[in-house]
Design a protein around this ligand. Structure first.
Ligand SMILES: CC(C)(COP(=O)(O)OP(=O)(O)OC[C@H]1O[C@@H](n2cnc3c(N)ncnc32)[C@H](O)[C@@H]1OP(=O)(O)O)[C@@H](O)C(=O)NCCC(=O)NCCS
Length: 171
């Protein structure tokens, strides 16, 4: 994959048809905290109410078409130094290095864009080996196993936590 074809940008309502293609796929949303969207109307509502208003949610684009997303959600108060990472990519593009390219772009810009942010962390289901590999390739540190950490699709799961600090950026 030519990295110059990949970009990150905020979502737009006009992404609705591209967004629906991958956000309606249960393979893509299997490990996500949100469920597949089932109609164009639901996709529009999601873009309008969730994606566009999110503090830092970017569309992963191939030739400016949305093929996935990355969200970095900052905490508040005494936890404002950290933010939680989520991401997914359309299944037809898996295995071409695109998520790794996109995550490297995200970490190289988010610390400049979100004031006071020092740590980005991701929690990944134990069996989601592809996602763990993407985090390692991006330079995240595997910190450890979180037992019975949270629900995913109705089931309490063990998860592995990974983190990337602003000081991990190679200048
Ligand atoms: C996880 C996801 C974003 C990866 O996207 P991608 O563009 O295919 O990732 P990359 O091609 O950059 O890298 C994938 C790596 O995982 C490896 N991998 C994939 N499946 C694997 C498996 N079952 N076991 C071990 N390694 C695996 C690949 O070999 C590759 O590593 P390599 O470059 O060393 O060969 C994509 O599969 C996805 O959207 N999954 C569903 C949503 C999801 O799980 N999101 C993360 C929630 S924490």
């Amino acid at each position: 994959m030519d990295p110059s074809r990949i970009s990150l940008r905020p979502f737009k309502l006009s992404d609705v048809d591209d967004f629906l293609k991958w956000a309606s796929d249960d393979r893509v949303t299997r490990y996500l905290r949100w469920s597949s969207v089932n109609s164009r109307e639901e996709a529009l509502t999601y873009l309008e109410k969730v994606a566009i208003h999110h503090p830092w949610r970017r569309s992963i684009c191939l030739d400016d078409h949305s093929i996935g997303y990355i969200s970095i959600s900052p905490e508040s108060g005494d936890d404002r130094c950290r933010a939680r990472l989520g991401y997914a990519l359309a299944a037809e593009f898996w295995g071409q290095g695109i998520a790794t390219i996109a995550l490297k772009m995200a970490v190289s810009s988010v610390f400049k864009e979100l004031a006071g942010l020092v740590r980005v962390h991701a929690v990944v289901e134990v069996e989601n080996k592809g996602s763990q590999r993407v985090l390692e390739k991006t330079g995240f540190l595997k910190e450890g196993l979180l037992r019975k950490y949270g629900y995913c699709k109705g089931e309490i799961r063990d998860m592995i936590v990974f983190s990337f600090l602003s000081t991990d950026l190679v200048l």
